[in-house]
Design a protein around this ligand. Structure first.
Ligand code: BGC
Length: 458
């Protein structure tokens, strides 16, 4: 597939890239940054592939001017990065660390000078360790602390930051961090993780209110969603897939967009204090969707238990994740199914109707691990194919009436891919982790051309 066959997008469609603090910044002990849940997690033997850590990562903390130049040349409209909470408040509450704030001042000002709209996420999983040790997201107090933190950032940046994202993917932090123990903080509580979901949603609502009261506008969230397909039309598979769909998708979207949890999940949820649902459903200006691939779900099986990225989940769960056969795969072994992206977006429109705010795609991308050839060029054609196919799928949803305002590609550059360390490369820019050399890949130049064309340029 090449550029010529690509669909067209509205002129004011926002083109961007996404990253996250712990995945790129490094400098974990600099300028007063406090430790986060991820610093503690990576220090536990066996948690992360090859013992990789985010201690240095892409050294973005020092190399942000070069990274900003790369973004300017790429031609993006907007950059989605995340603030590291423990740089701003080293213990997650109380006093503000001026040096931490100053880093983001430099970054934001540099982006504005480069003509790029800063579109930050307040929290992308790196919980200040002190809060984690006090129960983290299982502790309702963390949501209140997040509200205070949002107030600090809103007050400081509202005049310079025109688009805000509260929290990244409460679902993944809940399921992989507290449910399955694959990511920080590494707890495997199964359904016992659901209070974390509620507290994250509450934090989001408090965050929206705090940001607005500080004068910030244009606020959304970045939620991960995947179409859930049943393994068969058998009753037990349909039931298991329905339950999983609620847990993975609607627990995180319904409270925001409808003000209630899916009824089927009532038996699994803690009692909800009066007023929480109103806070959680504080209107947002737009809704962000991160999506990579669909999920195939069936009834529980003995033998092949549920699997996420090679990790075996608790086999007593009332569902099992199945291999989706017959599709190309990324190097992370994720199936490439662009049609499921269209289905997902149309499904949102059908579920929420006219109450659905405008959507942004806040993440979409593929782990394609091609490195530089002997000539130094990175020929990651499979990433180009992935993006092109997903943009077609996105355009299909827009043509069917779904209001999508922008696309942020995950990711600007290769980075620390959580439990699998540096083994998976999602970037448009290649990082040599020995030298920190940045090499724009073929996909970078392709995305650059796409943006130019879409703006009607040469
Ligand atoms: C996360 C990113 C991650 C990406 C690829 C998303 O779930 O927000 O932090 O790197 O997926 O796995």
């Amino acid at each position: 597939m090449n550029q010529l066959t690509l669909p067209t997008f509205p002129r004011d469609f926002v083109w961007g890239v996404s990253t996250a603090s712990y995945q790129i910044e490094g400098a974990v002990k600099e300028d007063g940054r406090g430790p986060s849940s991820w610093d503690a997690f990576v220090a536990e033997p066996g948690r992360v592939l090859n013992g990789d850590t985010g201690d240095v990562a892409c050294d973005h903390y020092h190399r942000y001017p070069e990274d900003t130049r790369l973004m300017r040349e790429l031609g993006i409209d907007a950059y989605r990065f995340s603030f590291s909470w423990s740089r701003i408040q080293p213990g997650g509450s109380g006093v503000v660390n001026a040096a931490g704030l100053a880093f983001y001042d430099r970054l934001v000002d540099g982006l504005l000078e480069a003509g790029i709209t800063p579109s930050p996420t307040l929290f992308h999983w790196d919980t200040p360790l002190e809060l984690e040790q006090a129960g983290g997201w299982l502790n309702r107090d963390t949501a209140a602390r997040f509200g205070d933190y949002a107030q600090i950032l809103g007050t400081h940046f509202a005049d310079r930051i025109p688009r805000w994202i509260t929290i990244n993917e409460p679902v993944v932090l809940t399921m992989l961090g507290y449910g399955a123990g694959i990511q920080a903080p590494g707890l495997a509580l199964g359904f016992g993780a659901l209070p974390a979901a509620h507290n994250l949603l509450l934090a989001h609502g408090l965050g929206v209110q705090a940001l607005r009261s500080a004068g910030a506008q244009n606020i959304g969230i970045a939620n991960n969603h995947a179409v859930t397909w049943p393994a068969s039309e058998r009753e037990d598979d349909l039931q298991a897939a329905g339950l999983y769909d609620n847990i993975a998708n609607w627990v995180f979207a319904d409270p925001l967009l409808k003000g209630s949890y899916p009824e089927e999940l009532a038996p699994f949820l803690p009692p909800i204090p009066e007023g929480d649902m109103a806070t959680i459903s504080t209107p947002i200006d737009w809704y962000g969707i991160n999506s990579y691939n669909p999920t195939l779900v069936g009834a529980p099986t003995t033998g092949d238990a549920a699997l996420i990225d090679g990790h075996v989940l608790d086999s007593s769960l009332p569902f099992s994740l199945r291999e989706l056969e017959g599709y190309p795969r990324t190097d992370f072994d994720w199936p490439v199914v662009p049609g499921a992206f269209t289905e997902l977006l149309i499904g949102f429109k059908e579920r929420y109707g006219d109450t659905l705010p405008p959507l942004y795609i806040t993440e979409n991308g593929a782990a394609i691990n091609d490195g530089p050839g002997t000539d130094g060029r990175v020929r990651d054609q499979r990433r180009i194919d992935y993006i092109a196919a997903h943009l077609h799928a996105l355009r299909g949803a827009m043509d069917a009436g779904v209001d999508v305002r922008g696309y942020f590609h995950w990711s600007l550059m290769d980075n620390f891919e959580w439990a699998v360390g540096f083994s998976q490369r999602f970037g448009l820019v290649h990082i040599d982790y020995q030298t920190q050399k940045r090499t724009p890949k073929d996909s970078y130049y392709w995305y650059q051309g796409l943006i130019r064309n879409s703006k009607g340029g040469a």
